[in-house]
Design a protein around this ligand. Structure first.
Ligand code: LLP
Length: 407
């Protein structure tokens, strides 16, 4: 949905420079059509099995994005009371919400219980005991899925690996069966399924295949002990192409794991975030200075790690392209921001036009974990977010102002 026409970068049918002149820069721009297309792709890939896509809203929790996805039938994967609040405000039915996270507080559990969410993906014995106590107090039985830590290496960045034994997530695979017995004996709880999330930006199928086999074995063991599960939640994690990765498609993912999972007769839950919104957004920023030092040239732009932290945090690669092609000669540059940190960069060693004052640059694949991880560090108000639909666009979150910095 982002393409050039007459040398100008467009989002759907709107030239991005038009948005920049009206809304200013930096600005996040999302394509509604791309979000919908990605969701439908994933949904279609798994159509041969009963399933629910619970969108991992930590990837991008803008109200307009949530409304778009919930109106297509998506549920929500949440990780905090704040996400629950936002999901409900955007109209998701509570019985399509799953709640994971190692640190759910008593207040968050009470809030989710009163709301009537589909299930808690539990991550420790103490959490199970707390949910049981609260359930007894409010005289309600609570559905629980055990988040299993399968000790599988998803071969992604160590900061976004969640399924190795040393990670804080889930209940160790070996303890899952005894935990299931404990839940079964608890009158306040219903063991409704198993959950597993391997990590994020996964670009090979083998970790998924290993996970499917391990989970399938566990489901069979529990069934043999007389337990009747309803759901198998396989998390999210499917990677996207930022640079030269070749991630599997949702169809390839489905083809590789469904043969193992289908005969379990469970309803599948998927919790993708990045795949649905990652390539549907850009961050548009403006060059404000050019600077040459020994052996290096910098393009200093009006956005940085406060708006988009992935390069600084994970050394992540985001393609950067000019909003207008052919304006001036290209040079190797580092694209850096105004924040007082040397890690404040958006791209290193990129071939980009030099000396074109005020040129606009687009940081691509900025729909997931970009705005949602933004901050006000250095007292910088956050940029606005814009949604494009065909030849129309609208601001879906206003630019913050100094008023937002008052406390
Ligand atoms: N389910 C659970 C329990 C999760 O923790 C996550 C992501 C997802 C689903 C969605 O994963 P996805 O399909 O988006 O890969 N900030 C990092 C990514 C952190 C992901 C955290 N959990 C980044 O910018 O790469």
């Amino acid at each position: 949905m982002f393409h050039y026409k007459n040398n100008k970068l467009y989002c759907e049918n709107v030239p991005v420079e038009k948005i920049a002149s009206a809304a200013g820069t930096p600005v996040y721009i999302y394509s509604k059509k791309q979000v919908i297309g990605n969701y439908l792709n994933l949904n279609n890939a798994f159509k041969s099995i009963s399933h629910l896509i619970c969108y991992a809203m930590k990837a991008n929790s803008n109200h307009a994005i949530l409304k778009t996805l919930f109106s297509l039938g998506a549920g929500a994967d949440i990780t905090s009371g704040g996400e629950l609040y936002r999901a409900l405000r955007a109209g998701v039915p509570p019985d399509k919400i799953v709640f994971a996270g190692v640190g759910k507080t008593k207040e968050e559990i009470e809030y989710a219980l009163k709301t009537g969410i589909l299930m808690f993906n539990v991550e420790s014995t103490e959490e199970i005991e707390l949910i049981s106590r609260i359930s007894r107090q409010i005289k309600r039985k609570t559905r629980i899925a055990i988040r299993v830590n399968p000790d599988i290496d998803p071969h992604t960045h160590k900061h976004i690996t969640t399924s190795k034994a040393e990670n804080k997530f889930g209940i160790p695979y070996e303890q899952a069966a005894s935990t299931a017995e404990k839940i079964r004996k608890d009158k306040n709880l219903i063991l409704s399924g198993l959950h597993c999330h391997l990590g994020s930006q996964i670009i090979s199928l083998s970790p998924y295949i290993q996970m499917a086999k391990k989970l399938s074995l566990l489901v069979k063991q529990l069934t043999a002990r007389g337990m009747r599960l309803e759901y198998l939640d396989i998390g999210g994690g499917l990677g996207i192409k930022y640079h030269n990765e070749k991630p599997p498609t949702p169809y390839e993912l489905a083809e590789s794991i469904l043969p193992v999972l289908k005969n379990l007769n469970l309803k599948l839950i998927l919790e993708n975030g990045r795949y649905i919104v990652g390539n549907s957004g850009i961050l548009l920023t403006k060059v404000i200075y050019h600077k040459s030092v020994k052996n290096k040239k910098f393009l200093i732009v009006n956005s940085g790690m406060t708006d988009l932290i992935r390069p600084a945090f994970y050394d992540a690669y985001h393609e950067i392209v000019p909003a207008e092609l052919g304006k001036s000669i290209k040079t190797r540059v580092d694209v850096v921001g105004p924040i007082c940190e040397s890690s404040d960069y958006l791209g290193r060693n990129r071939l980009l036009p030099w000396n074109s004052t005020d040129q606009l640059l687009a940081v691509l694949c900025a729909g997931a974990y970009c705005f949602s991880m933004s901050s006000q560090y250095n007292s910088r108000p956050r940029p606005p977010e814009v949604m494009v639909e065909g030849n129309k666009w609208k601001i879906i979150r206003k630019r913050e102002t100094f008023k937002d910095l008052e406390v």
